[in-house]
Design a protein. Structure first.
Length: 431
């Protein structure tokens, strides 16, 4: 069976924690899109880790950690990450890297930096990990798949020559920066070849065999629906599809094998980078939520940037869950809201004098104003609670209100960063 763990919002919903938790009963965990541009923070018995490319199931010795073809693979970063966990006592994970995954080249990172520099104030707020230039090249068919590293030297050099002609025009005339040299690129690719060689395989064939043997495969998404290239707040999106449907493409499994889609929804909102964010809050109210948020504050796992924060957005979350094809909602970081007397929730968007609960296209999003409803807080610490009935009444009411608004079953509630901080719930919406 294949299960997907994906985000409904702008990312940072706590997918890492949920994947780490579900991986206990999984055989294989696959990253299917994105690169080292965002991070998952995971807390378990080995310590606290920020993972960027490694799947969050990497801490168990019974799982195989797979890099799917849809991933933007930064080879040196990937192995730095492997070292960073093994040096803290985590056993060397079983790893498989798709022979069809493509590699992030050092020039992708440079192009990312140069473009943000050129755009100045109008920049996208990129993490400068080379992700947009990488995916542009992939679809322009000038990227390097892992299997091409094993190509004959003359063939590989011919391709490098073709690729750098284009790149050098831009470097010289648009960015006024040093140009790329064939030998340097070739040497880099050979270095990457040495690093990946022991781990390369046909991931799709491996997964399809595993499914025949009745194994459980988890697909782990990065970021969330609102950052999806097609369905998100374009152009303030990431350059890959963050929805579960893409898991079939980015891992190479039949779409009908994805039986469970766990959409991770955070009990309040946060976002990194630019773009309209209707339920955003500012000032002291925001600082307090940011500092209390997540596990040790809402600051980027990759960049350390303070995240923008806001109250829960039912409109965006309903949309985010629908596009994921949600079978289960994991409602996370609820414990953080225990300090509030009243909790505002955004229940609609007012656009040109009309209220809607349908998430609009980006052009209309800019005009949306939040319609608030205030729910009573529960004013207590809910960490450590294991049973739904034991949650304070106002806390249950908050969960039930959100579930009714978004229309998808909340079957898991996360009340702390650790694996065991989870409450399972029977939802009336679960068929
Ligand atoms: P991801 O990218 O979706 O995996 O999310 P991040 O790792 O960026 O952000 C989630 C943060 O919240 C991490 O620091 C987690 O340790 C933390 N976290 C996850 N679930 C909970 C929870 O239920 N309560 C609290 N307080 N923190 C949580």
């Amino acid at each position: 069976m294949v299960k997907a763990v994906v985000g409904a919002n702008w990312g940072d919903e706590g997918k890492g924690k949920i994947t780490d938790m579900l991986a206990e009963n999984a055989d294989i965990v696959v990253r299917f899109q994105g690169g080292a541009n965002a991070g998952h923070t995971i807390k378990n018995s080995y310590g606290k880790f920020a993972l960027h490319t490694l799947p969050s199931g990497v801490f168990y010795d019974h799982t195989t950690s797979v890099i799917g073809n849809g991933v933007a693979l930064n080879v040196p970063k990937f192995f730095e990450e492997v070292n960073s966990i093994t040096s803290k006592g985590v056993p060397m994970p079983k790893i498989m890297i798709s022979d069809r995954a493509q590699v992030v080249m050092p020039y992708h990172i440079l192009f990312d930096e140069y473009e943000e520099e050129r755009l100045k104030g109008a920049a996208f707020g990129s993490t400068k990990s080379g992700i947009a230039p990488f995916y542009s090249d992939k679809f322009a068919k000038i990227g390097f798949q892992v299997n091409e590293l094993f190509e004959e030297e003359s063939i590989l050099r011919d391709k490098i020559k073709r690729v750098i002609v284009q790149k050098n025009v831009l470097l010289e005339h648009l960015y006024h920066k040093p140009t790329l040299k064939e030998d340097e690129i070739y040497d880099t690719l050979m270095e990457y070849k040495k690093m990946v060689e022991p781990y390369v395989g046909d991931v799709s064939a491996f997964l399809c065999n595993a499914l025949k043997e009745g194994k459980t495969v988890l697909l782990e998404g990065q970021l969330g629906t609102l950052k999806d290239t097609d369905h998100g707040i374009y152009p303030m999106v990431t350059s890959s599809n963050t929805i579960a449907a893409y898991g079939a493409v980015g891992a190479g499994v039949p779409p009908y094998e994805i039986k469970q889609i766990v959409t991770v929804v955070k009990a309040y909102s946060s976002s990194v980078g630019g773009g309209d964010f209707v339920s955003e809050i500012h000032g002291a109210e925001a600082d307090e939520l940011r500092n209390r948020g997540g596990d040790g504050g809402e600051y980027g796992a990759t960049t350390g940037r303070p995240r923008r924060v806001g109250w829960f957005d039912c409109v965006a979350s309903k949309y985010g869950c629908r596009l994921q094809g949600t079978t289960d909602v994991a409602f996370t970081v609820l414990d953080v809201l225990g300090y509030l007397d009243e909790i505002p929730v955004c229940v609609g968007y007012e656009i040109d004098g009309e209220v809607t609960t349908d998430f609009p296209v980006t052009r209309r999003l800019a005009a949306a104003k939040p319609v608030w409803k205030k729910l009573p807080g529960w004013k207590s610490d809910i960490r450590g609670i294991k049973k739904y009935e034991e949650l304070p009444e106002n806390c249950r009411k908050y969960i039930e209100f959100v579930e009714e608004q978004i229309g998808y079953p909340i079957t898991m509630i996360s009340n702390g960063p650790a694996r065991e901080d989870i409450i399972y719930r029977e939802s009336p919406l679960k068929k």
